[in-house]
Each structure stands twice: as C-alpha cells, then as structure tokens.
Design a protein around this ligand. Structure first.
Ligand code: SF4
Length: 367
C-alpha cells in the first residue's frame, strides 16, 4: 500500500497530495516543515454538546435541524487507541480528549483506560488530559481518574449565573461547573486548569471576580483571547480583550510576575501572584501568535487529521484504517502528512489568506 495518498489541504489553502514518509528513527519525533515536533494529539470524540456557547456553537446555527454525526460514523475506541498508539511512536507525549463535550460520549472512561496503557518509545506514560464544560464532571471525575486520566481542563466563562447562562445558552449554572471542579480536585485530577474566554462588553467585567475566586485555590485560571474559530460566531476584533489588558487589570490589584517556562508547544503564557496566591495564564492567539512552537495535531470524531485549529480540510485516516493498512503503513501516512505541514494561521490572521469561510468548526475539532 505505498501509493500516493491524495489528501486535503494543510497549508492554509489549496488541496495537496501528500506521499507517505519514512517514520523518524525510534524515539525521535516527526518534524514538520518548520521543524516543529509532533508532540500533542487532540482527539475529538464527539461533535455534540449540551451547551450552545455563543463563541463556539451558536444555537442559531447548531439548532434542532443541525445534523450531527451519527454514531456509526465515529471512530470506535479501539480505532482511536490504535491510531493514538502509532502517534506515540512518532513523538506524541500528550493526548487531550475534546469534543463537542467529550463527557457526553458513552463509556468515555473505557477509552481513557485504553489510552492510559500507551507508552512513549522511552517507556513513559502519556500526559492524558481532557477538556470539558464541567456540566457532568461531578459524576464522572472519580471514574476518569481511576481509568488513568492525569488531569482536566474545565471551561468557565463567568461566575454570574445570568451571564454564564447567556454565554453558554444552557440551563446549567456556574455552581454545577464549580462542583465538577471540586470533584476533579478531590479525585486527584491535578492540576485543574480553568479556561475563561473573554469577550469585551460581555464578560470582561468578570476578569477580577474570576481571579479572586481561584486565587489560593491551587487551580490554574487561564484567560483566552476571543478567537475567530470556525465560521459561526460572528467574530469581531473589537470584541477581543488583549491579554496584556487582562494582566494589567489583575496586576493592578494583585501584583504578578512571569513564570519562565522553556516547554515547547505550550499555549499559555504563565504568570504567578507575587504574594504566593497561585498561578494564572493567558492564551493570546490574536495578539501574540504562538504558531512557531505549535506541536499539535487534531483528530476528528470520524477520523480526519487536522493540522491547525483554523484548518479548512482534514486528511482522512478512517479509510486506510478500515482498508486494513498495517501500523507501518499508517505511520508512513502520518509522517508524510506531518512532515508536509506548514500551518501558521494566527501569524497570518487578517492577511491575504485562502477563503476564511471554510474553516472547520471548533465544536467539531475541539479547542
Ligand atoms: S493557529 Fe494553527 S498553527 Fe498556529 S498555534 Fe493555532 S493551531 Fe497551531
């Protein structure tokens, strides 16, 4: 099975053919066109969610007539963990389960258990994490931990109940999510990271209350610049609160200092409270692009590989997987795809790019 595989585009534009490549030497990561190693795999296990966050899955688009993927189209847990195993041989050390809302996928802890068995070529366990809206985390935390999950990231955009329900367009409350965070911490899923997407004129007034709520909690609160993900959220640059303003607002009350970290591929800039009150982070895709260190690949629920959050099309892995490709043939396909990668959307945002209206939805591929 060494023919050229015609796959979709992966360089911010025109379709391309990608020939399978020779996997890197054992223990070495696959490198892309910018010598970025393949280190992180984000696996979206469903395109469904029980929230309708206005910046991700606005109800006017994702309404009752929206056709979500049938279960039969989804990769099975066995297929996901087989692919994940091959990815670990190509350099992946961290796997993040996402969605939609991953905790809506039935028996997700079984998949966690399968992935927790995997080891890097050096024999190390993976850093296995999950991003959730927290609505059902209280019920699931202990089972996820005992299945082998390492830690968890929870989205929480406001403590004010009306604002939270306005932004999530759901009947859940901040308390539902806070109980989930407590259950995760009690279960030992640490550190718990809390992600807040900040929109000017909407929830930016919650920056300080959120900072105060999580100071001295041991949890790491991260502020995310509102991004032009997908095609449905009506993004407008004027609604972006630059991370520097977030740091200035908090620092004016609780002095901060930067936390130096050489970790490649991290998305958040880390800061700590000078008085020992803990750590926060800012994720600045709009004002401070971090494509240069981007080591992330994304697997969709039905088995397409995307090389950027803002990609247009993916590379179908389900077909070769179900056509009986061997692990080596799949490794050659993955190596070919990654080594031809040049994605850097955030560095080019707003400049003459291929039709931006074809971007994939974040609710499908995960954040
Ligand atoms: S825009 Fe794409 S390439 Fe840049 S950091 Fe985000 S996912 Fe990576």
């Amino acid at each position: 099975m060494s023919k050229v595989i015609f796959l979709a585009d992966h360089r911010n534009g025109a379709p391309a053919s990608v020939a399978p490549g020779d996997p890197p030497p054992h223990g070495q990561p696959a490198l892309d066109l910018r010598a970025r190693p393949l280190r992180d795999l984000r696996i979206s296990v469903t395109d469904r969610c029980n929230f309708r966050c206005t910046y991700c899955m606005p109800r006017e688009v994702f309404d009752s007539s929206y056709s979500f993927m049938p279960h039969s189209a989804l990769l099975s847990f066995e297929e996901i963990s087989r692919l994940a195993g091959i990815f670990t041989q190509l350099g992946v050390e961290k796997i993040r389960l996402t969605g939609g809302e991953p905790l809506l996928r039935k028996h997700i802890e079984n998949l966690v258990g399968m992935l927790a068995e995997l080891r890097t070529p050096q024999g190390h366990p993976l850093d296995l994490t999950l991003t959730t809206n927290g609505s059902v985390l209280e019920r699931k935390a202990a089972a996820l931990k005992s299945a082998g999950l390492t830690r968890v990231t929870v989205s929480l955009d406001a403590l004010d109940a009306a604002m939270f329900q306005g932004m999530s367009d759901s009947g859940f409350t901040p308390d539902d999510v806070l109980r989930g965070i407590d259950a995760a911490a009690d279960a030992g899923l640490a550190p718990v990271k809390v992600n807040m997407v900040v929109r000017k004129g909407l929830n930016d007034g919650q920056i300080l209350p959120m900072a105060e709520r999580f100071r001295n909690s041991g949890h790491i609160l991260r502020f995310i610049e509102y991004m032009d993900v997908g095609n449905s959220n009506g993004w407008n640059l004027a609604e972006v609160v630059p991370s520097q303003q977030v740091l200035d607002r908090i620092g004016a009350v609780y002095p901060l200092e930067p936390v130096e970290s050489a970790e490649m591929g991290r998305v958040a800039e880390r800061w700590r409270y000078v008085d020992g009150g803990g750590e926060i982070g800012v994720i600045s895709s709009v004002t401070h692009a971090f494509c240069g260190g981007c080591t992330r690949a994304r697997l969709s629920p039905e088995g397409k590989l995307y090389l950027c959050l803002f990609a247009h099309e993916g590379h179908d892995l389900r077909a070769p997987l179900r056509d009986g490709a061997t692990d080596l043939e799949l490794a050659r396909i993955l190596t070919g795809i990654w080594s031809a990668r040049g994605d850097n959307y955030s560095e080019l945002r707003g400049r003459n790019m291929a039709d931006p209206s074809r971007k994939i939805e974040m609710s499908y591929i995960g954040g």
